[in-house]
Design a protein around this ligand. Structure first.
Ligand code: ATP
Length: 206
């Protein structure tokens, strides 16, 4: 019997927004997934230098957004000390779900960043990459560069046909800081959480 098909959507989720949820839903449908795990990064080392909202807030918002959905959250990266490496996560998940076939779900910008991650060659041996285009990020030439650093990557790619969604967490944070509306960019429960906890109001977040 073929293994269970499991999607893994890692991110900072600072905050989770509708782009993430549409990406997850697209992956679920097009890949016939049986499980899809949102994996909030504990220590997103690729975003070093940027202030990151504490993990408990980011996790709370992911939980609120996923309430009643078919997706789950996996908290292993938040619980693991040190930098959050996807390769460690995939090994840990394989230990938990030995029969699973893993699909790392990501936007095109993450695919272009992948050669700079920790042990990328091992990552593509452990999981397929399910990649959705992202407005502003698509570039065939850049993909050739990824292939040059990571031979064989194309054979591990599955393209996700997703309607372009120009929402990013950066955009959401900027709008909150500017006192502008984020309605319809994030789920209503997340919008309320951000308001109640006063997140993203200051340039220097704590
Ligand atoms: P930031 O703006 O803070 O960099 P982000 O919106 O890119 O954040 P992440 O949590 O870093 O959010 O993203 C997690 C994953 O979701 C990444 O693989 C990213 O490419 C993907 N993603 C986020 N937003 C979109 C979108 N609008 N369309 C397609 N993919 C997306």
């Amino acid at each position: 019997m073929a293994g269970m098909r499991v999607g893994v959507l890692g991110g900072t989720f600072d905050p989770i927004h509708l782009g993430h949820l549409i990406l997850a839903d697209t992956a679920w449908e097009l890949l016939s997934l049986e499980r899809l795990l949102f994996v909030p990064a504990g220590n997103p080392w690729r975003k070093a230098g940027q202030p990151i909202t504490p993990g408990h807030h980011r996790l709370a918002m992911v939980r609120l957004a996923l309430e009643g959905s078919r997706f789950q959250v996996w908290t292993g990266e938040l619980e693991r000390p040190g930098p959050s490496y996807t390769v460690d996560t995939l090994h840990e998940l394989r230990g938990e779900l030995p029969d699973a076939e893993f699909f790392l779900v990501m936007g095109y910008d993450s695919l272009l960043d992948l050669p700079h991650w920790h042990r990328p060659q091992e990552i593509i041996s452990l999981a397929f990459l399910a990649v959705a285009s992202r407005p502003g990020a698509d570039d065939e030439g850049a993909l050739a560069q990824v292939e040059a650093i990571l031979p064989g990557v194309r054979a591990r790619l599955v393209w996700l046909d997703m309607p372009p969604v120009g929402i990013s967490a950066t955009l959401v944070r900027e709008r909150v800081r500017a006192g502008r509306s984020i309605r319809y960019l994030v789920p209503p429960q997340v919008e309320e959480y951000i308001r109640i906890h006063g997140l993203y109001r200051l340039a220097q977040r704590r």
